[in-house]
Design a protein around this ligand. Structure first.
Ligand code: FA5
Length: 336
């Protein structure tokens, strides 16, 4: 009976939304409260109930009846006053389905907490940004071929959707100066051909450390410490030279593919490795553009692919499911 009543309340609440005139009101009132209504039918059964059920359902029937009367009358009043609004209905049955955090959110929080413990402050920047911050301040002038490395979504207003969280570097330098130890997780956008490891919308986490005597050893130490904490074990990583106009030298840090244990699969394009965290020493031009004397200070930066990290950590073999909105899939990550 309780289930039937819950269902009845849900239907009445839904139908009450369609009361726009007195005629609607009378029809719906008759349907849910009239002599031949479902509620009237349930109420007529009370005489056959045990005394225990009578105690339970008697007051419940009356409560529902009164609430229906009020609900329908309120809806009519709203319609007549022209002030129809969507209202929260406290009589609706509680929905047991609860949400869970997205795997990228879980990993993003983990990494930022690890970096926070290492003394990094956490920043965030705009997703719509200017050409200056996304490219020029990063030593990538107009017509520089490196712009082709990241297919950009240009907007009608002359701005762009940031292709990398590195767009935050110049702002961070200008705003906080040195010593600087900051990280910035955020969404990036690229007009990519999609495949198992490429999305057009994905998350990165930028890291930036600038001070006196910062060296490649500091960079490697930080990367290793961070990844060990994330995976909770030593992970197989390799560092190889990489080109980024805003680093000198620059590196690609790859992680052994956890989907195939490094044997080769479609996710890692049969290489056994996933490009995870490019990094390098901040280029002197970038420091100068940020108002920092490159003869006195040095720094390192990294751009961790957070979406790819979530894939590696949770052994997700296709990046596209992460943006698919398929709740059955996301329910596996039952973390709130
Ligand atoms: C960059 O975006 C640089 N800004 C990173 C950097 C920062 C280098 C600081 C040096 C110093 P790259 O284009 O390789 O580099 O992207 C960085 C990471 O983002 C990749 O390793 C990958 O993990 C992730 N990534 C890039 N494109 C995509 C994509 N289409 N889908 C999913 N993840 C991506």
């Amino acid at each position: 009976m309780q289930e039937k009543l819950k269902d009845l309340v849900a239907r009445a609440t839904e139908e009450a939304k369609s009361i726009h005139s007195e005629a609607d009101y009378l029809n719906i009132k008759s349907k849910f409260l009239g002599k031949k209504s479902e509620l009237a039918e349930y109420m007529s059964q009370i005489k056959f109930m045990s005394s225990e059920d009578k105690k339970l359902f008697g007051p419940l029937f009356n409560k529902i009846k009164n609430e229906f009367e009020k609900l329908f009358a309120d809806k009519l009043e709203e319609a007549e006053n022209g002030s129809e609004t969507l209202t929260f209905d406290p009589t609706l049955p509680v929905n047991d389905n609860h949400g869970s955090l997205h795997p990228v959110t879980i990993v993003g929080r983990e990494v930022t907490n690890i970096l926070k413990d290492m003394g990094f402050m956490i920043l965030s920047g705009p997703e719509m940004d200017s050409e200056y911050y996304n490219f020029e301040a990063l030593n990538v002038p107009k017509n520089h071929p490196a712009r082709d490395m990241q297919d950009t979504y240009w907007l009608d207003n002359g701005m762009l959707l940031r292709t990398q969280t590195s767009a935050l570097q110049n702002r961070a330098m200008r705003k906080y100066g040195i010593p600087l130890k900051a990280c910035a997780p955020g969404r990036c956008f690229r007009n990519e051909d999609l495949d198992a490891s490429h999305e057009n919308t994905f998350f990165q986490l930028e890291g930036l450390v600038i001070d006196k005597d910062i060296s490649i050893s500091n960079l490697i130490y930080t990367m290793e410490g961070m990844l060990r904490e994330v995976f909770k074990k030593d992970v197989n990583v390799r560092l190889r030279p990489g080109f980024f106009p805003f680093t000198e030298p620059g590196f690609e840090l790859d992680c052994s593919c956890t989907i195939c244990d490094g044997k080769g699969c479609p996710t890692c394009k049969n290489s056994g490795w996933i490009e995870l965290c490019p990094c390098g020493m901040v280029h002197p031009n970038v420091l100068e553009e940020g108002g920092i004397d490159s003869t006195k200070y040095s720094g390192f930066a990294f751009g961790l692919g957070l979406t790819r990290l979530a894939m590696m950590k949770y052994k997700i073999n296709d990046i596209r499911v992460l943006n698919s909105g398929d709740l059955r899939y996301l329910e596996d990550f039952n973390v709130r």
